[in-house]
Design a protein around this ligand. Structure first.
Ligand SMILES: [Ca+2]
Ligand SMILES: [Ca+2]
Length: 385
């Protein structure tokens, strides 16, 4: 369709100023939603999908897009869509289904890709799993997966269909990092015999690196890099290789966390939000033994994804974090000063935003959420092309 929707809003039309530092601070910890910032980008609609969850770029500039019901799509930059066959069977429902897709760091040589998904267990249980296999493109615009093998599973599986997490990213260390949600079970996030509510670090084949903080304890404990997480849906590495995680809070208290080796981030013992039934969860400042978020948001932004931008299309954004905002219908930009972070812009996208990705030329790509969700490309309208 390639309809260009120029989304430039004159700064003068905004009472609250353009790109102003957002998030006035309340009680020294809670960022309040700032006024929407003027969007410095043009928006091009590329294609639409049924409940897309994630995307990643191939070296040739094409995109892989997952759809939660269990489909993997190959997308040309112009919008043509074809199917990739051989996707594992997924348990679709609620927040569960096909999740993330990432490439092996040596994909150009080995063709290996990774998928995360909700997997059915005994009775009415399910759990996140990660499989890897080889993607073969067929020359007709489509392709197939082969030798798909599950290399990781959540332990234990749980009932319900919430808080899988299951965001994947390769670190600068060449390791596969997985964000594992606590399945809305709360206490497993503090249980070292479970890998729920944790950030995990694995070798590319799913084995445990010998230098993990709890490697000598064996079992799933050895997979753990950090604990005390709720539903971490964004996972990205900064230029120094440090992992950052965006985490859905309960009623209030969405978090941006700098992930440090072996640390405990406190869920469900502390949160700057509270339970949905109104019962109080002590705030982070009452329990300094737990790592506090670098930003917490109340009202929530509902972060679905996170990247750290390094492109040339938007030079002013280099080194910034970009968040896909679900309930906030926004793209949120966060700037760093050392290891401190603050929201600097919030762009109203008018829809739930599920996923954000940086394109090959530094353009920013977004996936909306749900039925009929659009794939959008954001570019700088002032640049000649
Ligand atoms: Ca992605
Ligand atoms: Ca609280």
């Amino acid at each position: 369709m390639n309809k260009v929707l120029t989304a430039l809003i004159g700064c003068a039309a905004l009472l609250a100023g353009c790109d102003a530092p957002g998030g006035t601070t309340t009680q020294g910890k809670t960022a309040v939603a700032p006024a929407a910032s003027a969007a410095p980008f043009a928006i091009t609609e590329i294609a639409t999908f049924d409940a897309p969850w994630a995307m990643t770029f191939l070296p040739d500039g094409r995109l892989l897009v997952t759809e939660k019901p269990g489909r993997l799509k190959l997308v040309e930059p112009g919008g043509r869509i074809a199917d990739i066959t051989g996707v594992p069977t997924v348990e679709y429902g609620g927040q569960g289904g096909l999740g993330d897709v990432v490439l092996h760091p040596d994909f150009a040589k080995n063709g290996i890709i990774y998928l995360s998904f909700a997997e059915k267990g005994d009775g009415n249980t399910s759990g996140a799993a990660v499989a890897r296999g080889v993607l073969t493109l067929d020359g007709n615009g489509g392709g197939a997966l082969s030798a798909m093998t599950v290399i990781w599973r959540q332990v234990p599986k749980a009932s319900g269909n919430a808080h899988f997490g299951h965001r994947l990213a390769f670190g600068h260390d060449g390791k596969l990092w997985i964000s594992s949600g606590e399945r809305m079970q709360f206490d497993p996030a503090q249980d070292m015999a479970s890998n729920l509510g944790k950030i995990l670090r694995l070798n590319d084949d799913g084995s445990v690196p010998a230098d993990n903080p709890f490697a000598d304890q064996g079992g799933v404990t050895a997979q753990i890099w950090s604990l005390g997480h709720r539903n971490p849906l964004g996972l990205a590495f900064d230029a120094q290789g440090q992992p950052w995680v965006a985490e859905m809070g309960p009623k209030g208290g969405d978090e941006l966390n700098l992930i440090l080796r072996g640390r405990n981030y406190g869920w469900p013992k502390v949160s700057n939000g509270d339970n949905y039934d109104g019962s109080v969860i002590p705030d982070h400042d009452t329990a300094p033994q737990f790592e506090a978020p670098k930003i917490s948001w109340t009202p929530v932004i509902a972060p679905g994804d996170l990247i750290i931008y390094s492109g040339s299309e938007f030079p002013d954004w280099q080194g910034n974090a970009l968040f896909a905002g679900l309930a906030s219908h926004s793209l949120i930009r966060v700037a760093f000063s050392g290891n401190e972070a603050r929201e600097v812009a919030r762009y109203d996208m008018g829809q739930r935003i599920r996923e954000v990705e940086q394109g090959p030329a530094g353009e920013v790509w977004l996936l909306e959420d749900g039925a009929g969700a659009r794939l959008l490309k954001l570019t700088d309208p002032s640049r000649a092309r």
